[in-house]
Design a protein around this ligand. Structure first.
Ligand code: DWN
Length: 413
C-alpha cells in the first residue's frame, strides 16, 4: 500500500515548481476519520494543513497528499442527507439536459457519484447513467438502489474501459470531486477521451472567492487538495484539449463554482462571464500571496471572538453541544482548539451516529439527544445548513435553547 501521506513539489494544475506557502492551519487527522467506540483510546495522527499558491498559474492547493485509499474507500458522507442539496442537484441535472438535449439513451457519467443523487435525475429523464465512486459501501448501496456504480477511482485508463463497454458520454459530471483529486491531469485527459464531440463536462467545486470573502477557512482539509478559481482552471483545461465555456456561482457548501467544459473544438461559444469572473478575481487579489495573509488575520479574529464566546458560556456553567458533524468541523475544532468545549455533537446522518469525531473523539449522537441531554447552546458546525437545522428544531428554541452560528461571523440566535 502507498504511504499514508506524500508530498508533491509541483503545481497540480500547471506543474510549475515555484510555490509560495501562504497559510498554515493546525494539523488535523483526516476530516472524515470518525471512529467507533472500540477505537477511541487510539491516538489518531494529525497531518499538516499547509496551503500553497502557485506563482505561475496562481492555483491554491495543498501539497501534502493523504493516500486516497484512506480518505475515500470507507466514506461517511452522503449527498442525500440534505433535502436542500438534493433539490439543488435536481435543478442542476435538468439545466444540463436542457443545455445538451441528449439523444434517447445517451450516457451520463458521474465521477464521484456518491449515493447516485444526481444520476437519478438523469435516469428519470431517459438517459443511461453510470456512477464511479471509490467508496465501497456507498457504491454498493447506489447500485442496489438502481444507479449502476463502479466502485473505483476514475482515471484515464478507466475512462477507456468505460468507453469500450458503454460508449462515449454526452454528459460527464464531477461534483465536489475536482478539488479532491491529486492527478487532475490524468482525470481530465480521461474525461476528454470519454466525451462525445458535442458533449459537456460539468463540475461543481467550493469557490475560493467565497472562502476568502466569508472566511470559510474550515473548508480547508485534506480531502480538498485544490481551492479553485476561474483563471487557473481556464488555463488548465486549454492545456488538456478542452475549453471552459461557462461559469456560474452557486450557493452550495457556502459558495461554489459550476463550470461547463467542452472539447477544444466543441460547438458552443464561451460565455463572457468567464472574463468577468477573472477580472473579479484579480480585484479580490486571489492571485496574490498577501491576500492570504489578511485571510489568516481574519481567521484569527473569528477565532478570538468564538473562543471567547464559548469559554465565557462554559464559565457561566452553560452546556454546549454541536449540530452537524461535517468534515469541516474537524478543521474548525482543531484550529480553534475547541476539542474540550463540546459535550457531544448530533447529526442526522445514520452513517455518523454513534461514532466519535476525528482526533478529539467527541460522541456523535442522533438529534434526539438534544431533547434528552438538553444542552443550553447548540453550535451549528454545518453552518451552510443553519437555516434548515434551526427550522427543524424550533422546539429547542421554544424550550430556551440557543443556536450559535460560528461563520462567517459569530452569531447567537
Ligand atoms: O467536499 C465535500 C463536501 C461536498 O461534503 C466532502 N469533502 C465532504 C462533505 O463535506 P461536509 O461533511 O463538510 O459536508 P456537509 O454537507 O456540509 O455536511 C453536513 C453535515 O451536517 C452532514 O454530516 C449532515 C449533517 N446535517 C444534519 O445533521 N442535519 C445536515 C443537514 C442539512 C441536517 O439537517
Amino acid at each position: 500500500m502507498k504511504p499514508v501521506i506524500s508530498r508533491r513539489n509541483t503545481c497540480r494544475l500547471c506543474s510549475d515548481s515555484h510555490l509560495d506557502l501562504v497559510l498554515q492551519l493546525t494539523p488535523t487527522p483526516p476530516a472524515n476519520a470518525f471512529v467507533p467506540a472500540e477505537r477511541i483510546s487510539e491516538i489518531q495522527e494529525a497531518y499538516p494543513l499547509n496551503v500553497f499558491l502557485c506563482k505561475a498559474c496562481k492555483h491554491l492547493q495543498l501539497l501534502d497528499v493523504i493516500n486516497p485509499e484512506i480518505l475515500f474507500r470507507n466514506y461517511v458522507y452522503v449527498s442525500s442527507t440534505s433535502p436542500a442539496f438534493v433539490e439543488h442537484f435536481r435543478k442542476y441535472a435538468y439545466e444540463l439536459i436542457d443545455m445538451v438535449t441528449p439523444a434517447k439513451d445517451a450516457l451520463a457519467v458521474d465521477i464521484g457519484s456518491n449515493d447516485g443523487t444526481l444520476l437519478r435525475f438523469f435516469k428519470d429523464r431517459g438517459m443511461r447513467v453510470l456512477g464511479v465512486d471509490p467508496a465501497l459501501n456507498i457504491a454498493r448501496k447506489a447500485t442496489e438502489s438502481g444507479i449502476d456504480t463502479l466502485p473505483t477511482f476514475f482515471s484515464r485508463d478507466f475512462a477507456h474501459r468505460i468507453r469500450e463497454k458503454y460508449g462515449l458520454a454526452t454528459i460527464i459530471t464531477a461534483n465536489n470531486v475536482f478539488a479532491h483529486i491529486d492527478d487532475l491531469a490524468d482525470i481530465t485527459d480521461g474525461i476528454r477521451d470519454l466525451l462525445f464531440p458535442d458533449g459537456v463536462f460539468a463540475f461543481e467545486v467550493s469557490y475560493l472567492g467565497d472562502v476568502i470573502e466569508k472566511t470559510f477557512f474550515d473548508t480547508i482539509y485534506h480531502e480538498h487538495l485544490s481551492y479553485h478559481s476561474v483563471k487557473p482552471l481556464k488555463l488548465f483545461f486549454s492545456r488538456h484539449g478542452m475549453k471552459l465555456i461557462d461559469i456560474k456561482r452557486v450557493p452550495t457548501h457556502g459558495g461554489s463554482l459550476r463550470g461547463i467544459v467542452q472539447l477544444a473544438d466543441g460547438p458552443r461559444k464561451a460565455s463572457h462571464f468567464i472574463t468577468k469572473m477573472i477580472n473579479l478575481e484579480r480585484e479580490m487579489g486571489l492571485d496574490r500571496s498577501e491576500t492570504f495573509k489578511s485571510f489568516a488575520a481574519n481567521i484569527d479574529r473569528v477565532k478570538f471572538r468564538l473562543s471567547k464566546t464559548l469559554k465565557d458560556l462554559k464559565a457561566l456553567g452553560k452546556t454546549i453541544a454541536g449540530y452537524g458533524a461535517p468534515a469541516k468541523a474537524t478543521t474548525l475544532l482543531y484550529h480553534f482548539d475547541l476539542g474540550g468545549v463540546l459535550d457531544f455533537i448530533v447529526d442526522d446522518s445514520t452513517l455518523k451516529q454513534n461514532l466519535f469525531t476525528p482526533g478529539y473523539h467527541i460522541p456523535v449522537l442522533p438529534p434526539e439527544a438534544i431533547y434528552q441531554r438538553k444542552p443550553d447552546y447548540l453550535i451549528i458546525l454545518a453552518w451552510n445548513f443553519a437555516q434548515q437545522i434551526i427550522e427543524k428544531h424550533q422546539s429547542f428554541l421554544d424550550k430556551g435553547g440557543r443556536f450559535i452560528i460560528p461563520l462567517p461571523e459569530v452569531e447567537i440566535k
